[in-house]
Write a protein that binds this ligand. Structure first.
Ligand code: HEM
Length: 216
């Protein structure tokens, strides 16, 4: 007899667990991308990081515009939180790194496609969760070390790395526990959970495409 996982098994698994487990391979791949490796090993440059942050500005603009639009939606409200918003920090960093007219720096096809994908979730809050999770939980995890490494490797001591600083979240671990509990309290069936996991994979792929463009 062939034993297959019953759909109920998936429905019982916590959404946050499915999201983490379902994107484990994608995470490993993103971590070991050429762009990330070179950046974190001090083999890149402030200029390259500036170009990258300009791309992220577009991504977070979409993430936070849609987040505020969806703040009254019961699903999105599980994760949307002003304490996470990065647009002001990105603006402050880019003013240091590129000057007040940083918005004139070009945005490439990868960030454009990523921002468009996020914008499309305005009509589908379930998928928005995936994009929110992939960026903000990453920023509160590996991102915390990345900020310190950038400071050390590129001498960014006079500003430029506030992106990694969440002044309203003094204890990221506690915050992430609460975040996962909120996700897990959503009354989703297994098919809906699977949609979220699939979109997390898409979000990781969009990040990888951005990294690939940055190292091209
Ligand atoms: C070199 C780059 C990276 C490093 C060193 C890194 C490191 C880490 C570490 C150590 C954790 C686990 C933290 C914990 O247990 O609470 C983590 C979690 C996470 N990372 Fe990364 N990461 C990197 C890149 C990325 C990228 C590019 C993304 C996506 C854009 C990402 C998204 C995530 C997410 C969503 C989590 C939360 C997993 C969960 O607990 O559900 N990471 N990262």
């Amino acid at each position: 007899m062939t034993v297959t996982a019953a759909p109920e098994t998936l429905a019982q698994d916590a959404l946050s667990t499915l999201m983490r487990e379902g994107s484990r391979a994608e995470h490993t791949s993103a971590e070991s991308s050429t762009f990330m490796s070179e950046l974190l090993e001090g083999r890149s440059s402030v200029e390259a990081y500036t170009v990258f942050l300009r791309q992220l500005a577009s991504v977070y603009d979409a993430l936070e515009t849609v987040g505020r639009d969806l703040a009254g939606d019961a699903v999105a409200a599980a994760v949307v939180d002003e304490a996470l918003m990065r647009a002001d920090a990105i603006d402050a960093d880019l003013r240091v790194l590129a000057g007040d007219s940083w918005r004139d720096l070009p945005v490439g096809p990868a960030a454009t496609a990523y921002a468009e994908r996020i914008a499309a979730t305005r009509d589908d809050a379930v998928l928005y969760l995936a994009h929110h999770y992939t960026r903000y939980l990453g920023d509160l995890s590996g991102g915390q070390a990345i900020g310190r490494i950038l400071q050390r490797e590129y001498g960014l001591v006079e500003g430029g790395v506030s992106f990694y600083d969440f002044p309203e979240i003094p204890k990221p671990k506690l915050f992430k526990d609460g975040y996962r509990a909120n996700l897990d309290a959503l009354p989703f069936d297994s098919a809906t959970k699977q949609r979220v996991v699939d979109e997390v994979k898409v979000a990781f792929a969009l990040n990888e495409a951005l990294f690939a463009e940055m190292s091209a």
